[in-house]
Design a protein around this ligand. Sequence first.
Ligand SMILES: NC(=O)c1ccc[n+]([C@@H]2O[C@H](COP(=O)([O-])OP(=O)(O)OC[C@H]3O[C@@H](n4cnc5c(N)ncnc54)[C@H](OP(=O)(O)O)[C@@H]3O)[C@@H](O)[C@H]2O)c1
Length: 221
Amino acid sequence: MKIGIIGAGKIGGTLGPLWHRAGHEVFFGSRHPEELTALVAGLGARASAGTPVEAAQAGEILLLAVPLVAVPALASSISAHTSNKVVLDACNPYPDRDGDAAAVALRHPAGSAGWVASHFPKARVVKAFNTVYFKVLQAEAHRGGNDGVGIPLAGDDPDAIAAAVQLTRDAGFTPVIVGGLEKGKLFEPGTAVYASGMKGSEVSAALGVEAATGMREGKTT
Ligand SMILES: NC(=O)c1ccc[n+]([C@@H]2O[C@H](COP(=O)([O-])OP(=O)(O)OC[C@H]3O[C@@H](n4cnc5c(N)ncnc54)[C@H](OP(=O)(O)O)[C@@H]3O)[C@@H](O)[C@H]2O)c1
């Protein structure tokens, strides 16, 4: 799969190599793609970099990993290239960093992911990879077998959730399907699972969803 990674910082620069290692093609989007030369060269074939617009065009599925405050301006330049695409939203609302955008996003009826999704009306947004510190992702990928570090997922489109489940597994973690996009509010900053490093079974228990294999809502898969 071709994955467009918008924001090649700590999260994008961690997940991109994990997906590349799993055999995916990764295209990093940055306002300064020339600064990604070492990252791309270190990965080799199937890795490239360009502008955020080029990454959005290149990716069949996109990861959004930028400061939340950047979303509106970014969306105005890339949303034309997101139609029907799965967009994994890793962004978190932090008032200190994101200012009023964080407060506005948190007031959205479907939480910050709902606010992000409102900027990409033709995309299929899944809240994903927002809860785990990047150094934990780096250290814990592919550890823990079927019960590795848990990644809660929330989204309204079943096929998009399925894609997120697969990419979570490919990166080396345990997906936990929490429910529709508004359920992302259950794993915003400040919630029990946020930045906890919990295993998939622990995330499931903390969110009150049953830990089991399968693709149904509320299951660890
Ligand atoms: N750090 C973590 O452990 C962690 C964990 C889970 C979720 N998150 C969330 O993931 C998102 C990214 O966090 P991060 O820690 O990876 O941040 P980061 O290291 O600062 O990287 C963010 C990237 O976004 C790009 N960016 C910044 N402003 C932009 C703008 N106005 N337009 C377009 N691109 C812009 C920057 O790339 P260029 O300057 O090259 O364009 C930068 O490399 C945040 O919302 C954060 O809350 C972070």
